[in-house]
Design a binder for this molecule. Sequence first.
Ligand code: AMP
Length: 362
Amino acid sequence: MKIGVLGAGQLGRMLALSAYPLGHQMSFLALSEEDPSSLLGKTFIHNNDPEVVKKFASHSDVITYESENTDINIVNEINNMTSVYPNERSLFISQHRIREKELLNKLGIPCAPYEIVNSLVDLEVAVKNIGVPSILKTTIDGYDGKGQFLITSESQINQAWKVLSGKPSVLEGYINFKRELSLIAVRGIDSDIKFYPLVENSHHEGILRLTIAPARNVSDSIQNKAEDYMKSILTEIEHVGVLTIELFETDNDLVVNEIAPRVHNSGHWTIEGAKTSQFENHIRAITKSPLGQTNCINKYSAMINIIGTHGAIEKILKTKNTHLHLYNKKERKDRKLGHVTITADSIKDLDSSIETLKDFLP
Ligand code: AMP
């Protein structure tokens, strides 16, 4: 099939790399010829030109997107011309923190307490009600910890409002979590669902650094609970494709932070670590094909992001049981340039490889 991707970043690139062996062709609606996916298929440069969007859509049998921040007006436009998966509802909900929380509340899934904030006065009231610490987050367009302010004292209210430029926001109660987990699953057009195991994520300055898969010491009841949450979200929004839930694990519960209607950075390990990668399963789902197995191949896998600068590439390539993925991006502060996957038969071997690689990475 001819698959179009709205966006042409590293996620589009890895989707393409898994789509070609299945005989598909790829095209991208890109911002520039330099985008990471642009050499992997026909590239339509967007430039806000509706004619280009139409050409892109008429060139594709099915269209997907690589970000929840995708312009929903474009999806509306092309929906009349070709199928878009995940459907518009998945995008509509997940690109807006309040809609996302309303969905979670409706389904009885725990999330942080929150208040809607549209003015400085709203923020003052919200801080009184929720207390500190709490986090002010813009309603839309937040990613990698951007568009957020941690309020630890009432004296920071003015500053928080200024830093977020007075944009519509939510104030969330701070969750005292033990660790951050995520669950990735895929749902086919025939409603079949497959789950990957819960994974464990460490962030630095809001950006994912390290994922360990499967997460250590996860009881069946925690995995089942996360899968139940996932299943009810996927079913409610009739999602088709991969969906990710980011979770906080507290002493005795799981609290959902946010959902992403797409392949996710915490699932990159599946390329070498699972029988079918998240990318291939997304492609299978949107092309009405049977879903692939999601079991782990190795006892443990880890994914380390390469951020800002490339590090000692030669040394990474010489490290055993590691796989390097570069996205063809120029070095820039805080930019995700690639990732390394490590596979191991024991947590001890995994830890030691992670330690070795840390010396080679920025
Ligand atoms: P987000 O953009 O919502 O994924 O938030 C980025 C990071 O901020 C998360 O990965 C957490 O480490 C932290 N964070 C976000 N919301 C909360 C919260 N309500 N309580 C505690 N930490 C949070």
